[in-house]
Design a protein around this ligand. Sequence first.
Ligand SMILES: NC(=O)c1ccc[n+]([C@@H]2O[C@H](COP(=O)([O-])OP(=O)(O)OC[C@H]3O[C@@H](n4cnc5c(N)ncnc54)[C@H](OP(=O)(O)O)[C@@H]3O)[C@@H](O)[C@H]2O)c1
Length: 184
Amino acid sequence: MIPKKILITGGAGMLATDLTEHFQSQRFYEPIALPRTALDITALDQVEAAFAAYAPDVVINTAALMVEECETSPESAYKTNTWGVRQLAQSCQRYHATFIQISSCGLFGDTIRAYHEYDSPVLKTVYAKTKQASEIFTAHFCEQYYVLRLGWLYGGQAQHRRNFVMARYREALNKPVLHSACDK
Ligand SMILES: NC(=O)c1ccc[n+]([C@@H]2O[C@H](COP(=O)([O-])OP(=O)(O)OC[C@H]3O[C@@H](n4cnc5c(N)ncnc54)[C@H](OP(=O)(O)O)[C@@H]3O)[C@@H](O)[C@H]2O)c1
């Protein structure tokens, strides 16, 4: 059986690293993780070159700017989280690849309760707005797609900024008491 080629964008990131490791352990998948230095999703020529070179069966887009960067630099946020996603969705459509766009539960604001996928978003941040727009582009430009609205992620390696355990460890080096979210 020919393994399915899975192109993973944002390949040096926390989720991408764990996904790559997972797919490497599966016989039927060939993960191709491309860090931003190899594939900047905002650069159309790089997106086209990556699809031409790898002809992926599946594309998982983990590339994104996070909340803090989005709030300080909305233009870059839309460029990456929304327009970059549009390019990927269009290329997936052209190459008949399945597109998996990673979105966020941040679309639903701060109220903690169970949500249905058709609940109206509560867009309190630029990050949330860019992610919602990415969902619309994904559905509009690509027929074979999934949108995953993730919650708080645990995992990654020591170098990943959002690695929960490492972040708490670094804090613990300087503080006698640690405060952390208790709703995750
Ligand atoms: N972490 C969470 O708790 C959480 C919760 C909900 C949803 N999510 C979503 O899950 C996905 C992965 O998050 P993560 O925690 O793995 O974040 P991460 O570790 O920051 O990974 C994101 C990666 O995207 C890359 N990137 C940024 N701009 C890019 C561009 N223009 N082209 C290509 N790559 C680019 C970054 O590269 P550089 O390192 O070079 O900047 C980084 O390696 C994101 O879509 C995020 O919104 C995460």
